[in-house]
Design a protein around this ligand. Structure first.
Ligand SMILES: Nc1ncnc2c1ncn2[C@@H]1O[C@H](COP(=O)(O)OP(=O)(O)OP(=O)(O)O)[C@@H](O)[C@H]1O
Length: 589
């Protein structure tokens, strides 16, 4: 991935490399020139305008180095930031393709940390580290060549004696830094997870009086993250003393051996001056080496966390190519599903379910909690694949349809709908961005939420979601119903969906509102006779007018028929109906 990125942006990398080469050449030229100037001064051959000219050339060279340094950074960082943006997009695309089974095994905080912290770390490794590594190595080789070849090889070799020890120290530090960096990134992820959970559950935490415990937990995690970062920084900091000690030993050796060579007349004072300047120039490559190693180790640790997510096999295949069938009969045949991770003797969530929903019909699904109703919807939306049996739309098995086709066919209202941080109107028009205000209001009226919206401070323009007004559970459900109904009626860019799925979507509204919404749905169906509705409900009044009702118990169909037939059957439905009727009359009293 990194290699491919560098190849693609070779111009930026080559440009930055060329600028760095110019810098390195000028950098090694300067001491040599200073040496010459010193020797000429000592010999009394340089003064007046000639001296000023030499000094001006040196200053200009310094200025050119400065400008080139700015240039390479700008060129390269642009490329590195592009890498960051690319990685983030790739991560997001990958996440969008994953099915719920994959998300169940992930922690939100980890994914957020990957998208921010880990990608930043990889970005640093690809930008600064790569070029500083190149620059450091180049400067090191040039400076060494000048020291050994252009000044005196004996002096060069003697001064370099402490360097192998430093290389050994670097290797040892990097080994520890890699582990420490991995721990630090992991600890940051854990902290992120805690922030995410605490904020999402802040009301529950407060209501249960768990603020102190939550604070303590957070404090502990923050402490652990800080400690892990500190450990990693401590290893990083160990590079500096290693460089410092090596260079001071090298300076001591250079002065001793160099002084002796000058005394014997084998090198000039100017050459010794140049040599010590070269030694000083080794500071940057040495520090660069430590710094680059630290960045690369951190980058490698981040990449090791990022790569498995980018390469994880998709849990949801989207390779169906069938066209949208003309006949939209939905059929389940022998449908069975067991949740992954369920114990061997656990009952399947769905067990040999057969049902049919013809175009224009309404099918009600009822059953006690845990009977498998929501699981059926999950399979219908292909959030999971059945282990046995199949679901077909117009005879076409669902996996043979492109996911986009299937999802455009279904308008789904989940039990707990999500509202985005946007206006009510935008939330309703989520699936049909081009919908007119009139169409949005019509959908809101059908979902019996128009009056509630009209009472909001800015009506349809009121911001809701995390950053806006908090709507009640029932209002949220009705906004979601309006959203689904709009996607069934409004033209917009997307094709109108044909199947409305209400997954216990009326649970939080009162019986009167439920009756009003169901009456609207009936009117709508009369106008659009080919549309079908799947109603999942606890409250039987929501399905009593359905063309057929299926009762699930422990994943199996135990009763089926119309409301009247089921009452006559005298089974679960009939007793549940009686019970709910009594409950309703008690509520009314
Ligand atoms: N993500 C999951 N992992 C494992 N088991 C699950 C999962 N979701 C549901 N189940 C189990 O599958 C069975 C059917 O659950 P499902 O949610 O379909 O029931 P339901 O009829 O929709 O219930 P409710 O009316 O309470 O929403 C239950 O035994 C439940 O414990």
């Amino acid at each position: 991935m990194l290699g491919a990125f560098v190849r693609e942006h070779w111009r930026a990398y080559a440009g930055a490399g060329a600028m760095l080469s110019c810098i390195a050449l000028m950098t090694v030229w300067i001491p040599r020139q200073v040496g010459r100037v010193v020797d000429a001064l000592v010999a009394g051959q340089l003064h007046g305008a000639a001296l000023l000219q030499q000094l001006a050339v040196l200053v200009l060279a310094g200025l050119a180095i400065y400008l080139l340094r700015v240039g390479w950074r700008l060129t390269l960082f642009k490329a590195a930031y592009q890498l960051g943006a690319r990685l983030r997009t790739q991560l997001f695309q990958r996440l969008a393709l994953q099915g719920p089974a994959w998300f169940q095994a992930q922690r939100t905080g980890d994914l957020m940390a990957l998208a921010t912290n880990d990608i930043d770390t990889v970005e640093m490794a690809a930008g600064e580290a790569m070029l500083a590594g190149f620059d450091g190595t180049q400067t090191l080789l040039l400076v060494l060549a000048m020291m050994v070849l252009a000044i005196d090889w004996r002096l060069g070799l003697a001064a370099l004696l402490p360097f192998p020890v430093m290389a050994l120290a670097f290797w040892w530090i990097s080994k520890h830094l890699h582990t420490a960096a991995q721990d630090a990134l992991g600890a940051f992820s854990g902290l992120n997870q805690q922030v995410q959970e605490s904020l999402a559950g802040v009301r529950t935490v407060r209501a249960l009086g768990l603020v102190a415990r939550s604070e303590q937990q957070f404090g502990e995690l923050a402490g652990r993250a800080a400690e892990a970062s500190f450990r990693s920084q401590r290893w990083e900091a160990a590079y500096e003393p290693a460089v410092g000690m090596t260079l001071s030993s090298a300076f001591a050796i250079a002065l001793a051996v160099g002084g002796w060579l000058v005394a014997r007349g084998e090198i000039s004072i100017g050459q010794l001056t140049a040599f010590t300047m070269y030694l000083g120039q080794l500071i940057w490559p040495m520090f660069a080496a430590g710094w680059v190693m630290a960045l690369l180790e951190r980058g490698r640790a981040a990449w090791a966390r990022l790569a498995p997510v980018l390469d994880a096999p998709l849990t949801l295949a989207d390779d169906g190519r069938a066209a949208r069938p003309a006949d939209t009969t939905l059929r389940a045949e022998g449908l069975s599903f067991t949740y992954p991770g369920a114990t061997a003797h656990a009952r399947p969530a769905l067990d040999g379910v057969d049902l049919t929903l013809a175009p224009g019909q309404t099918l009600g699904i009822v059953g006690a909690t845990g009977a498998g109703k929501s699981t059926l919807v999950r399979l219908l939306l292909r959030q999971a694949e059945p282990q046995a049996g199949r679901l077909t739309l117009g005879g076409v098995p669902l996996p043979e349809l492109p996911l986009a086709t299937l999802r455009a066919h279904i308008a789904w209202v989940p039990q707990e709908p999500f509202l985005f941080s946007a206006s009510v109107a935008d939330n309703i028009a989520l699936a049909c961005p081009g919908a007119t205000p009139q169409a949005i209001e019509a959908a809101a009226r059908l979902a019996a939420v128009h009056d509630d919206i009209a009472r909001l401070p800015q009506g349809y323009a009121t911001e809701v979601g995390e950053r806006g007004v908090t709507l009640s559970g029932g209002q949220r459900q009705r906004v979601a119903i309006a959203r689904a109904l709009l996607s069934q009626t409004a033209g917009g860019a997307a094709p109108a969906s044909q199947l409305l799925v209400l997954d216990d979507a009326l649970s939080a509204v009162d019986t009167g509102t439920e009756t009003a919404i169901l009456a609207h749905l009936r009117e709508l169906r009369a106008a659009q006779p080919e549309r079908s509705v799947l109603v999942i409900a606890h409250r039987l009044s929501a399905v009593m007018d359905a063309d057929a009702i299926v009762v699930l118990r422990q994943g199996r169909v135990v009763e089926r028929g119309t409301h009247a037939e089921l009452l006559a059957l005298g089974g679960w439905y009939a007793s549940q109906w009686r019970y709910q009727q009594i409950e309703a009359s008690l509520d009314a009293a």
